[in-house]
Design a protein. Structure first.
Length: 939
RNA sequence: GGGCUCGUAGCUCAGUUGGUUAGAGCGCUACCUCGACACGGUAGAGGUCAGAAGUUCGAAUCUUCUCGGGCCCACCA
């Protein structure tokens, strides 16, 4: 039964089929790997892609890395789990759906909470499926049986449990504090959800009224309606005399007092050096107000409009309208001194770019500085969340790759303030808090103004008695993402467990796979997510969420710009997969990129790796064909034939002694392969993915295809070695390019899937050792083999080069005379290669040394001299010789300078000096020969 | 304002702890059908490693500064 192997690899035809085979095999689930209980564990939580829309290149790169690690570790015999999932991404998803219904002319209020959430869930269901299918397209070997979603019952339950636990430990509190408010989202934001945008702004210099002694400067005149103080620097001589004074002003919203206070934070050089303090609408001012016991007047409401406290003239106006109006008022009353244009950094919402209003509000917070002690938790012994999160990275319990991001992490952690976790978003985990007095929570305004009452219930389940209403707020999406590594591993059947502690302690997966081995993600969510996971997990479990953090870069276009749909420079990964195959796309993400550095993507790159994948395909095609041809067995049953061949223990070559093996080329390639196995393993163990991939590619293309396979066509009967090398290569390359390797593997070995093939090690994969069973093989001997073969390679290259230079027709044969010196034996033994590897040598004569030959091209390779007879072009030859001599002389001069330097000879390691000496001698010798030849040519 | 990062062939990038005449891919030039591969083969051209100073026997690699990109953080109102 002959097999037809297509000429070019066609990923479209095989990828889906292979993925299906993998899924059916069950090997994505570590429970099916047939490993013993004590097998080493490897686990990755897939950073949940937002449940909004489709897969982009950022996801593709994340999937490529994670799959690479998972497959590698699975092949290493570990119990490898890659747990997939999706995140509900509250604000992002809600905003998206709001935009969709806006197109229908509706708002969420038109639909009402319940209907709106139905709509959101439908949307999420849809995009989740899209994302899942696209994840499969990438070849991701994640365990779909353990797939999770942040709003699953089990995960939601865990969220509530953690909330209550933190509340009981007094790490969650309800506070009335200034928060970042997005008027568009109508919700609070965490500090790091606020972005900054540089812009020009008017800085107004003015006085509150004519009698006020100090001119102040502001970019937000409308907030002055809420001022209760003016702050100056205590060192400022201009204002010292006013400190402590209290003035009464009226901007049209009733009289209020302005106290002159001193604060070191005030910059004397900015504006007038005097700052109008608006406690309710600025973080800094709020702190000053706390210190100085100032009144806080809230004049801007949650809708972004001025409220009653702003006065009749302003109530109901938007912030910008109010600004215009009050500036007009100042102008009319001649209070403005000047207006200056300044650069300002405007705070905007990271989801919708709306300017943020800082305002006071009653919200739920996580206390990051509160020191606590938790029984049985090795971290929390009179420590705060912040301290513990800091320490686990400091003492390397968690390693960040690349290391430099530790600095960023520390800096961020040090400056972390209490984390506001309640959001006025509808979509998400509702805060597990119930109130008796429903009116107290119905709208924000009244809630903020009402006194905090004791009619409150906090628990994992709703209170049993009647009359309670749950808080309408939901939790920050990062609160649930923060527990992702372990909430996903909890046994989803909570009923089996009595307490939360019991649930944590006795969930089998959690016990087995946590802490996860590595967290692989983009550096852009180091703070959002990574920091939160560390914080929440050390607290809840008393262990770190992961042992390593591998941060990949952002994917950019060829010009280094961020990819975005609106800009039109985005590359759709699915389109690339359809065109070039998932393997090619994966390689183009991995090779040429280093951790923490951005990666530039463009189509030609993917095309290049598609070519490589195809090259590998054709290598296998050749080997299959060669096997059929060389096989004495008339029954060309590839499968059974190859089953025998790839099994090392059955190595027929050694047993039957069919031909004199190994040849120099065999030893060379097998030694290279052994080195490759060693280096790639080391690279992968140390997260050097790019280098590992590059090495595999180089070996495959340059050494194996371009040299060894060509040699095999001459030396013949190498099907077993070829098979062996290919087999090892497929294993090494599989984590990088799973589809094509599995497909080729299928052609060679129908019984097992490559996905669970054992990762090779130098020792147990060593065909070279088997072949050379009598000779002791050590590193030195093998390296000598390498250099020896490289001499033959140089000779062949030099001859080809000469032919091209002299424009000898490819079909024309030439004769050669070789003076080989002490390499006579070597040259004789490898003459079949020198003659046949596209050098076109016909007759040859090999001597140790001899007379110069006229009318022949002359080559010197090391100490071997070669004359190519019949190649005459005196002028050309002279020119070439002269050029070579010039270069060589320059080179020799450089070495001479080195060796002439006593300091070098004395201080440099002996090896280096000897190496230089040897180079010097060889070069001198070569120079002498070249010069003689040049002279012999005459003028 | 603080911090990080990059600047190596026309383009995109490698270059582990300082030690080969600095590498690869794409592109470019010439030639090629040789038992798999034109998504291929062979050969070649192309770089004072941004600039300056320093450390060292020796620097693309370490230090400092300058110039030029990029990113992150920060309550200059």
């Amino acid at each position: 039964m002959k097999k037809e192997v297509p000429k070019a690899y066609n990923p479209q035809e095989v990828e889906d089929k292979i993925y299906k085979k993998w899924e059916e095999s069950g090997f994505f689930n570590p429970d099916n790997l047939g490993l013993s209980e004590d097998a080493e564990k490897f686990s990755i939580s897939m950073p949940p892609p937002n449940a909004t829309g489709v897969l982009h290149l950022g996801h593709a790169s994340m999937l490529a890395y994670q799959d690479l690690m998972t497959r590698y570790n699975r092949m290493c015999g570990k119990s490898a789990l890659w747990l997939p999932g999706t995140d509900h991404a509250s604000i992002a998803t809600q905003t998206k759906v709001e935009k969709i219904i806006a197109k229908e002319g509706k708002t969420k209020y038109d639909l009402g909470r319940e209907k709106f959430l139905e709509r959101v869930n439908k949307y999420v269901e849809n995009s989740k499926n899209t994302i899942k299918n696209q994840t499969r397209k990438m070849g991701s070997s994640c365990d779909w049986s353990r797939e999770r979603y942040t709003l699953d019952d089990g995960l939601s339950r865990a969220v509530r449990e953690v909330f209550v636990k933190m509340y009981n430990d007094k790490l969650i509190y309800r506070g009335d504090r200034i928060v970042n408010w997005c008027p568009r989202c109508e919700s609070t934001l965490a500090d790091d959800e606020v972005e900054h945008k540089d812009q020009k702004a008017n800085l107004y210099y003015f006085k509150y009224d004519k009698n006020f002694p100090i001119t102040i400067a502001t970019t937000r005149p409308e907030t002055k309606l809420g001022d209760t103080a003016v702050a100056v620097n205590p060192k400022d001589k201009r204002y010292k005399k006013y400190i402590g004074n209290i003035y009464e002003i009226d901007l049209g919203n009733g009289k209020h007092k302005i106290k002159i206070i001193a604060d070191r934070e005030v910059e004397m050089k900015f504006g007038t050096g005097a700052l109008g303090v608006t406690p309710a609408h600025s973080m800094t001012d709020w702190e000053m107000a706390e210190k100085n016991d100032l009144e806080k007047i809230k004049i801007i409401g949650e809708d972004g409009k001025m409220n009653a406290s702003a006065g009749k003239n302003y109530e109901g106006l938007t912030v910008l309208e109010a600004r215009e109006k009050i500036v007009k008022y100042f102008q009319e009353n001649n209070l403005i001194e000047k207006v200056e244009e300044v650069d300002q950094s405007l705070s905007i919402c990271y989801r919708c770019d709306t300017p943020i209003e800082p305002l006071p509000s009653k919200q739920w917070f996580v206390a990051v500085d509160k020191k606590i002690t938790i029984k049985g938790n090795k971290y929390f012994q009179n420590k705060s969340l912040k301290e513990v999160s800091f320490e686990v990275v400091k003492n390397k319990e968690i390693k960040i790759i690349p290391e430099r991001f530790e600095k960023t992490y520390f800096h961020w952690m040090e400056n972390l303030r209490d984390w506001c976790i309640s959001r006025q978003i509808w979509f998400g985990h509702q805060v597990p808090v119930w109130y008796r007095d429903e009116s107290g929570i119905r709208n924000y305004e009244s809630r903020i103004n009402s006194k905090f009452n004791n009619e409150i219930y906090i628990g994992v389940e709703s209170p049993e008695s009647e009359g309670w209403t749950q808080d309408k707020d939901t939790l920050d999406t990062w609160f649930s993402s923060g527990i992702w590594t372990f909430s996903t591993l909890l046994n989803q059947d909570r009923k089996k467990y009595k307490t939360f502690e019991d649930w944590i302690a006795n969930s089998p997966d959690l016990k087995k796979f946590h802490p996860t081995s590595v967290m692989e993600t983009g550096y852009d969510i180091l703070f959002f997510w990574i920091a939160r996971m560390i914080l929440m997990t050390t607290y809840t479990l008393g262990e770190v969420p992961f042992e390593n953090i591998y941060l990949h870069g952002m994917v950019r276009d060829k010009q280094g710009r961020k990819m975005s749909k609106s800009f039109g420079n985005g590359i759709d990964p699915i389109e690339m997969i359809e065109k070039y195959g998932a393997d090619a796309l994966r390689l183009s993400m991995i090779i040429g990129s280093s951790p923490g550095n951005d990666i530039k993507m463009y189509e030609e790159k993917v095309e290049g790796y598609r070519n490589f994948v195809n090259k590998l395909w054709n290598i296998s095609r050749y080997i299959i064909v060669a096997c059929i041809k060389d096989s004495k067995n008339e029954k060309d049953d590839l499968v059974s034939k190859n089953k025998k061949i790839v099994k090392l223990s059955n190595c027929q070559i050694v047993k039957e002694q069919k031909f004199s093996l190994p040849t120099l080329a065999d030893k060379w390639i097998l030694n290279k392969l052994n080195n490759l196995i060693e280096e790639v393993t080391d690279d992968l163990d140390n997260y050097r993915f790019s280098q590992a991939g590059e090495k595999i590619k180089e070996f495959t293309w340059n050494d194996f295809a371009d040299w060894y396979i060509e040699v095999s066509k001459i030396e013949k009967n190498k099907d077993e070695i070829l098979n062996y090398i290919l087999k090892q290569l497929l294993v090494l390359a599989h984590p990088f390019i799973p589809f094509v390797t599995e497909e080729i593997w299928k052609n060679f070995n129908a019984e097992n899937l490559l996905i669970t093939e054992k990762w090779p090690s130098r020792r147990d994969a060593d065909l070279l050792r088997l072949l050379c069973n009598k000779d002791a093989i050590n590193g030195d001997a093998m390296n000598r083999v390498s250099t020896t073969f490289e001499i033959i390679q140089s000779i062949i290259t030099a001859i080809r080069n000469a032919r091209a230079e002299y424009k000898i027709e490819p079909s024309k044969k030439i004769d050669a005379v070789i003076y080989a010196g002490n390499k006579k034996e070597l040259i004789e033994s490898q003459l079949h290669l020198i003659k046949n590897l596209r050098t076109g040598i016909d007759k040859s004569e090999i001597k140790e040394k001899g007379e110069k030959i006229k009318d022949a091209a002359y080559l010197v390779i090391g100490d071997v001299e070669i004359y190519l007879l019949g190649m005459v072009d005196k002028e050309k030859e002279k020119k070439n010789l002269q050029k070579e001599i010039n270069e060589l002389e320059k080179y020799i001069k450089a070495i001479q300078a080195k060796l002439g330097n006593d300091n070098f000879v004395e201080n440099a390691p002996r090896e280096i000096v000897n190496k230089e000496r040897k180079k010097y001698q060889e070069s001198e010798e070569k120079l002498r020969k070249l010069k003689e030849k040049l002279i012999s040519l005459g003028s």
